[in-house]
Design a protein around this ligand. Structure first.
Ligand code: ATP
Ligand code: MG
Length: 559
């Protein structure tokens, strides 16, 4: 590693651990609960854990934290795997399921009982809550606390054997009912619950609680640095207690960092579920969402997401990031990668009156001036073209340099043309614009040094490909959200932006022919677009606008 490179606080902790010989290697994991799709916040966790393993030449585990059968779904396991690999975090042969350790977790609980560190409780969930005390008052001791080891072993076995109803008995860690940390007041570590597990079926009718299971999973896999988010900070003493009492050699260390939050963006599963159910979005991968699948469908690249999470940094303090930062990253990534072709989103016909009828010619276009490797293409040109409706004005305001009667502009890659007027229908809508061209300006080059201020894009009508373009804005009405300081009101309803999706029938130059799912392009002057993987067909291409070219984002100064 470069000596002058600045390190985040986790890297500093790892360096210290390695220097002091606490660990000789770095072993991280990503432990998703398979209860939903991954979102941009998970992407941060994945790239952080994977990145650390790579940087320190260590190992990275993918582990499904599937200890809570009610919430899990096998569909989510597959989507999580796909999204994680797409982000580039390859776990190779290191794929694990926490449920594979149920036997070891049971043995661990027995070990605690034998040490007098766990006991079976007859209290109901409500009583346990009541006995727990508060921040200001110590808890009350559970009558089960003084049971003998033998009795506890028997009762715990009975729990496993299904002799009790759900919730009738629990196993509690015997720690300290007066601890100032409520998590340490004899937390429940096992419960009776008859649930069919996607992996272990009906083998178990007792399931471990997260705070007990997670450190065991880490320890079994030899994880060194167990990275999680801040809400687990108060649970760390319990994490340490579990690995210490279970006497794991070289136990893992838990390190917390702040979650990634995007301003005015919906990430809550409850909200997304409702948006899907009410048909406001077309699934968990709707391009307006920030699930990894949605970002991929919208046209984001793994590189842009990596750049974004690195830009956000790793910290202990919560902060809220603007979506504009994510847009900045994808523009940066695609600017040299994506070919730049012409597409007209809001077409109106342009007729070149002095161009011979029936004639076509092929002009040349550079595919990306910032990347020579993308080469050149031929662009057909003819008498009738399409241009953007907004590139013409009958009565232009000041500083309008595009088409208006009497003005000369450059048709990108083609010719200088001078506008002569327009044709309107009965309702006053412009149906056609007319112009003449200067044959000496072929290629868009000035024949005599005269300058034109405007350059507009176009598509030849005869060879145009008709396609659908979907333009997106934030799902949330940002003005209202900013004013109220929240994305939803007191009634729990999201402040929705009615204009979050606009569908356009557009015309493309022939270079787009054959575009396949996920192919990315720049529509010159319009933005970056990606072929929609769900709805696009060879007959009717469908494009999602990933991001427009305009940016209000200012790159934060290097600190
Ligand atoms: P959510 O409720 O948003 O789905 P979660 O924490 O319940 O999040 P898990 O599947 O339990 O989701 O989390 C897997 C890993 O991802 C955990 O290590 C968790 O800390 C991390 N993680 C979840 N949300 C974020 C976030 N917004 N930023 C960074 N890491 C996150
Ligand atoms: Mg969770």
């Amino acid at each position: 590693m470069n000596e002058t490179e600045s390190k985040n606080f986790i890297e500093s902790m790892i360096d210290k651990d390695l220097a002091e010989g606490v660990y000789t290697t770095v072993h991280t994991r990503f432990p998703p609960e398979p209860n939903g799709y991954l979102h941009i916040g998970h992407a941060k966790s994945i790239l952080l854990n994977y990145g650390l393993a790579k940087k320190y030449h260590g190992k990275f585990n993918m582990r499904f934290d599937d200890t809570n059968p009610t919430k899990e779904d096998i569909e989510f396991v597959e989507s999580i795997k796909e999204d994680t690999l797409w982000l580039g975090a390859d776990w190779e042969d290191r794929l694990f399921f926490a449920s594979d350790y149920f036997g070891q977790m049971y043995e661990a609980a027995v070990k605690l009982i034998r040490k007098g560190k766990a006991y079976v409780s007859d209290l109901s969930a409500e009583q346990i809550k009541e006995y727990r005390g508060s921040f200001t008052e110590p808890g009350k001791e559970d009558p089960g606390r003084e049971r003998s080891v033998e009795e506890n072993l028997q009762l715990f076995e009975n729990m496993k054997e299904g002799k009790y109803a759900d919730g009738e008995k629990v196993l509690r860690a015997r720690i300290d009912m007066a601890s100032p940390n409520i998590n340490m007041r004899d937390p429940v570590i096992y419960r009776v619950a008859r649930m069919t597990h996607h992996n272990t079926g009906d083998t178990w009718c007792i399931y471990p609680m997260y705070d007990f299971a997670h450190p065991i999973e880490d320890a079994i896999e030899g994880i060194t640095h167990s990275i999680c988010t801040m809400e687990f900070e108060d649970h760390r003493p319990l994490y340490d207690w579990v690995v210490r009492e279970l006497e794991y050699p070289n136990p893992p260390r838990q390190i917390e960092f702040a979650k990634l939050y995007l301003k005015n963006v919906v990430t809550g599963k409850r909200y997304i579920k409702k948006l899907v159910q009410t048909g406001i979005v077309d699934g968990w991968d709707d391009p307006r969402l920030v699930s990894v699948a949605a970002l991929r469908r919208r046209g984001f690249t793994p590189e842009s997401i990596k750049m974004f999470v690195e830009m956000c940094g790793v910290a202990k303090a919560n902060s809220i990031t603007d979506y504009a930062a994510l847009e900045y990253c994808i523009r940066e990534d695609l600017k040299a990668k994506a070919p730049r072709y012409m597409a007209v989103l809001d077409p109106v016909k342009l007729v070149i009156d002095n161009y011979p009828e029936g004639q076509t010619e092929l002009l040349e276009g550079v595919n990306n001036p910032e990347n020579e490797a993308l080469g050149k293409r031929e662009i057909p040109f003819c008498r009738e073209l399409y241009i953007e409706r907004e590139d013409f004005m009958e009565v232009p305001p000041k500083k309008y340099f595009r088409m208006f009667p009497g003005n000369e502009v450059r048709l990108m890659n083609a010719y200088f043309v001078t506008c002569t007027g327009c044709v309107k229908d009965e309702d006053g809508n412009i149906t056609e614009i007319h112009c003449t061209y200067d044959p000496a300006s072929r290629g868009g080059n000035s024949p005599d040094g005269r300058k034109v201020k405007g350059t507009i894009h176009w598509v030849a009508a005869e060879t145009a490909i008709s396609a659908e373009a979907r333009l997106y804005e934030n799902l949330i009405d940002e003005d209202t959200a900013n004013e109220k300081g929240a994305i939803y009101g007191e009634d729990g309803e999201l402040y929705l932006n009615p204009a979050s999706l606009t569908v356009k029938q557009c015309f493309l130059e022939p270079a787009f022919a054959g575009a396949a799912a996920y192919d990315r392009f720049q529509f010159v002057r319009q933005g970056f677009f990606c072929v929609d993987p769900k709805d696009s067909t060879a007959e009717q291409l469908v494009f999602n606008r990933t991001v427009s070219l305009k940016s209000s984002f200012v790159l934060p100064k290097e600190s």
